[in-house]
Design a protein around this ligand. Structure first.
Ligand SMILES: Nc1ncnc2c1ncn2[C@@H]1O[C@H](COP(=O)(O)OP(=O)(O)OP(=O)(O)O)[C@@H](O)[C@H]1O
Ligand SMILES: [Mg+2]
Length: 373
């Protein structure tokens, strides 16, 4: 019998990091990380290469130890618990499947290591092959499986012993785009079916948005923001998060008006923006505008009522099938191009390289941050 009843440890099965720091010599790979993960949820740690994602995951798995701070799993400090005694399933980037074993033997491996009753093993292998939709493939050798099928076997192997926690370290990064996107949805489906608490690590923002209940954005070892995907996308709390998620143009300027909305000057242009922080005149700021919030018009068709209107020239036109991406150079901001998405381009007027265009966006969509953030 497969025991998927996880309610017994409902309140216990969670991960908590308290002021966790990991230093390697003078490199601080993780600095004062704090978070608490409710049982059954999916957390993604998102950030650029070298920001400390793997280090964080390795400490949770027990392969590495914090320099300071504490990690609790199921409410218990785990400092003294070796990896094999933590109830954790892991899938790594390179999968680490055993090539000399069959698919079924790979899934059975952690069960044998954990001394599950021999009689229970075939049923469990069959069950988890079903979960990853590879029923009947237990006798295949690893090299007889496609990349996506190998991925599924790696997931089944990580889940077969019913771990309290599933850790994924960029297991999809080696797959091509289409398969990667398919597997993101597949991971989500399996996770929801099994209900296992999951921490996923990636530098792919789409993967984070698609797969997670909660996302933590890291940069240089420091957690920048922790939020659900929609809040994170809509309300990035600093300029790093704003520029890391979505296609965003960043403009440097200073505050010139705070009375009737936030007014900033960028080069010789005044723009209206929005911020959750308060500013004084003269403060140096950085303003972020998302490509999908910018409208693009030919000169004669531009409306007059928008908050921010700018002239520019199309510098690049990139066709992505479902949308056209324009890179527009505005003489007012010599150093920074503005990116614009135009969805459904086949029904719109196309703008060509060198064309003069008018850009506009709403005040609420220009997010203003302190430059020092
Ligand atoms: N064993 C180690 N010894 C020394 N420095 C290390 C060690 N492991 C990691 N680092 C450093 O710590 C920092 C964080 O590394 P980490 O592997 O956690 O990054 P990451 O976010 O997983 O990056 P990637 O996306 O490239 O996998 C890097 O500067 C790295 O060079
Ligand atoms: Mg890594």
């Amino acid at each position: 019998m497969v025991n998927n009843d996880r309610t017994k440890d409902h309140m216990l099965s969670q991960v908590e990091l308290i002021e966790v720091t990991r230093k390697f010599g003078n490199v601080t790979a993780v600095e004062n990380a704090n978070f608490s993960l409710p049982q059954g949820s999916v957390l993604t740690i998102l950030g650029p290469s070298g920001c400390g994602k793997t280090t964080l995951l390795r400490m949770i798995a027990g392969f590495d130890t914090p320099t300071s701070g504490e990690i609790k799993i199921s409410g218990q400090p785990v400092q003294a618990v070796p990896p094999y005694k933590r109830s954790i399933g892991m899938v790594f980037q390179n999968l680490a499947l055993f090539p000399h074993l069959t698919a079924g033997e790979n899934i059975a491996y952690p069960l044998k290591m954990r001394r599950f009753p021999i009689a229970d093993i075939p049923g469990l292998v069959e069950h988890y092959l079903g979960v990853v939709r590879l029923a009947g493939m237990q006798d295949r050798r690893i090299h007889q499986l496609s990349g996506g099928q190998q991925q599924r076997i790696a997931i089944a192997r990580a889940l077969s012993f019913n771990p309290d926690l599933l850790l994924l370290d960029e297991p999809l990064s080696a797959l091509d785009k289409k398969l990667r996107e398919e597997m993101q949805l597949e991971f989500r489906r399996i996770q929801q079916e099994i209900g296992v608490t999951t921490i996923n690590v990636t530098h792919d923002q789409r993967e984070a948005l698609v797969m997670s209940d909660e996302i933590i954005v890291m940069a240089d070892g420091v957690i920048q923001q922790s939020a659900d995907p929609i809040s994170l996308y809509r309300k990035p709390s600093n300029k790093f998060v704003a520029s890391f998620i979505g296609l965003t143009s960043l403009l440097q300027g200073k505050v010139v008006g705070v009375k009737d909305g936030l007014e900033i000057q960028v080069s010789n242009r005044r723009l209206l923006g929005h911020s959750s922080s308060s500013f004084s005149n003269g403060d140096l700021v950085e303003a972020a505008i998302r490509a999908e919030q910018v409208r693009i018009y030919a000169e004669q068709t531009a409306p007059k009522e928008m908050d921010n209107v700018l002239e520019g020239f199309v510098e690049e036109q990139i066709f992505e099938g479902d949308r056209m991406v324009y890179q527009v150079r505005c003489p007012a901001f010599a150093s920074t191009p503005i990116f614009v998405f135009d969805h459904d381009p086949s029904h719109h007027l196309l703008h060509h390289k060198g064309d003069k265009v008018i850009l506009s966006w709403n005040q609420r969509d220009l997010l203003v941050y302190p430059q020092s953030d």
